[in-house]
Design a protein around this ligand. Structure first.
Ligand code: SF4
Length: 484
């Protein structure tokens, strides 16, 4: 029988604890699924087939290569991956032979059946070639690049695969190595922030039996740390039925606006409340599709602090067409908080915008100036709006080195499948670089060989609306005419 090994590219030492048990959530789930077919994971150096797990969107190929070397994996093994990386299939095929698209419950079960039935690697390949929710390397071998704009394909290609949307809600709760029990509540997201690949890669679905879900969580009692896996647990009816304190959870302001939900949150006594705010100004939040005023955000933060919640607010720095006035507004917001916040712990976390497909905004590459703008803000923050209750977690660069882009150029190169020098050159201008100013070009972006739930024409229209909301006219935004 073929043997299967696991490579968890996010985790040191291949993702296995003492070479016996996977560390991560996905690793534990894979172990559970395969055991149902009598398959026990083996060490990657002797595996015939390697399942490659990676939870991020960027840095896939470099992380996997590093991990394969580190654990001395059998490099001739047949390598399969899945998850978020499917939107960036050219990066996946730098190191893998096959890619599961969308949810992989059914895919892994089919692989389990083939292997437990003494199937060969050829049998696995044949299955993947015919399976509508996966891509085999050979299926994309003839796809070519545009010679002038290498981040685009030379023409529009037929859809090669569509995302699988089947979720097995009966998979048992998973307890990875961090000791926190994860119970799946929903997948995808009911919000559609235009920069967010998660919400455009799959439809929003939630566990249909919400009362049973609440009972499952309440069953653990107060002696366990439990997380309800969802991009917005407060949107789930089960959340209002919980009787135990949850470990940290993320919420949207849209849900917290509902007084019933807000009361449920106060009752839940979550250890840490995380809120995705996204844009650093009202203008940018409205443009990405998450309108939140500074006053409303301020009121919610103070109210949660009064109820002794620790909080983390997530912001995206470097959103396309941000400008100095957005950061001036952020400074004002920080000053207000520094003066008014008197209890609880508030972390402000800034993550740099990445053009990650299939999010509509992935056609825009930010200019280099986003780094100095953020770094100036961080410097100002440390010298001015200092508060013992509030601190920031920097997602980018070094505030002592203005303009330092850290590893951003490398990540961008992998995302766009360009060389580092080519990726850097796209960021040289003071303006956002528009990779696909016309709909014809947008359709030729590589991720569009996958049939995403929202089609390319609607996603393109969303980007045009974003430009209007940020008051950018096409001539100003697009420097695609400049020589590459
Ligand atoms: S950024 Fe968060 S709230 Fe917005 S669509 Fe993505 S997961 Fe949902």
């Amino acid at each position: 029988m073929l043997s299967i090994g696991l490579i968890d590219a996010n985790i040191h030492a291949g993702g296995m604890k003492d070479d016996e048990s996977p560390i991560s959530i996905v690793g534990r789930w894979l172990e559970w699924e395969l055991k149902r077919y009598g398959i026990i994971l083996v060490s990657p150096d002797i595996a015939d087939v390697l399942l490659i797990v990676f939870s991020g969107m960027i840095g896939f190929a470099s992380s996997v290569k590093r991990q394969l070397t580190k654990v001395r994996a059998n490099l001739s093994a047949y390598k399969i991956t899945g998850g978020a990386i499917s939107a960036n299939w050219p990066a996946a095929f730098l190191v893998c032979d096959a890619l599961a698209v969308g949810e992989a419950y059914e895919f892994i079960r089919e692989i389990g059946k083939i292997i437990s039935g003494n199937g060969t690697v050829q049998d696995i390949k044949r299955f993947i070639l015919e399976y509508p929710n996966a891509i085999e390397k050979g299926q994309v071998a003839d796809i070519k690049r545009d010679s002038q704009k290498p981040w685009l394909l030379d023409r529009q290609y037929e859809i090669v695969a569509t995302p699988n949307s089947f979720i097995d809600w009966n998979v048992p709760p998973i307890k990875p190595d961090d000791g926190v029990i994860r119970v799946i509540g929903s997948k995808g997201c009911h919000s559609k922030c235009l920069f967010c690949s998660t919400s455009f890669a799959q439809e929003y679905q939630y566990m249909p039996e919400q009362i049973a879900l609440a009972e499952k969580i309440n069953f653990f009692g107060h002696n366990h740390k439990v997380q309800l896996l969802s991009n917005d647990p407060a949107d789930l009816h089960s959340f209002r039925l919980l009787k135990i304190k949850l470990d940290s959870n993320s919420f949207t302001i849209k849900s917290l606006r509902n007084p019933d939900i807000f009361r449920s949150l106060l009752r839940s006594k979550s250890g840490m409340v995380r809120i995705g705010v996204e844009g650093v100004s009202e203008r940018l939040r409205r443009a990405v599709g998450k309108p939140i005023t500074n006053d409303e955000l301020f009121r919610i933060v103070l109210e949660l602090a009064d109820h002794k919640f620790h909080q983390q607010l997530f912001f995206i720095s470097g959103l396309p067409f941000e400008n100095d006035s957005d950061w001036l507004e952020m400074m004002e917001f920080n000053k207000r908080l520094a003066v008014e916040l008197h209890s609880g712990l508030l972390r402000l976390k800034f993550t740099t915008y990445n053009p990650t497909p299939p999010a509509p905004l992935c056609r825009f590459v930010p200019p280099r100036s986003i780094f100095s703008r953020y770094q100036e803000f961080a410097k100002w923050r440390f010298e001015n709006a200092v508060s013992r209750w509030m601190y920031i977690i920097s997602g980018i660069g070094n505030r002592n080195k203005p303009g330092d882009t850290g590893n951003y150029g490398l990540a961008l190169a992998e995302l766009l499948n360009l060389s580092r020098a080519q990726a850097d050159s796209l960021m040289q201008s003071d303006n956002v670089f528009d990779l696909a100013p016309t709909f014809d070009e947008f359709k030729r972006m590589p991720h569009n060989i996958i049939g995403w739930p929202i089609d390319a024409s609607l996603r393109y229209r969303m980007t045009e609306i974003y430009k209007r909301r940020t008051n950018i006219v096409a001539e100003e935004s697009s420097n695609a005419k400049q020589q590459f």
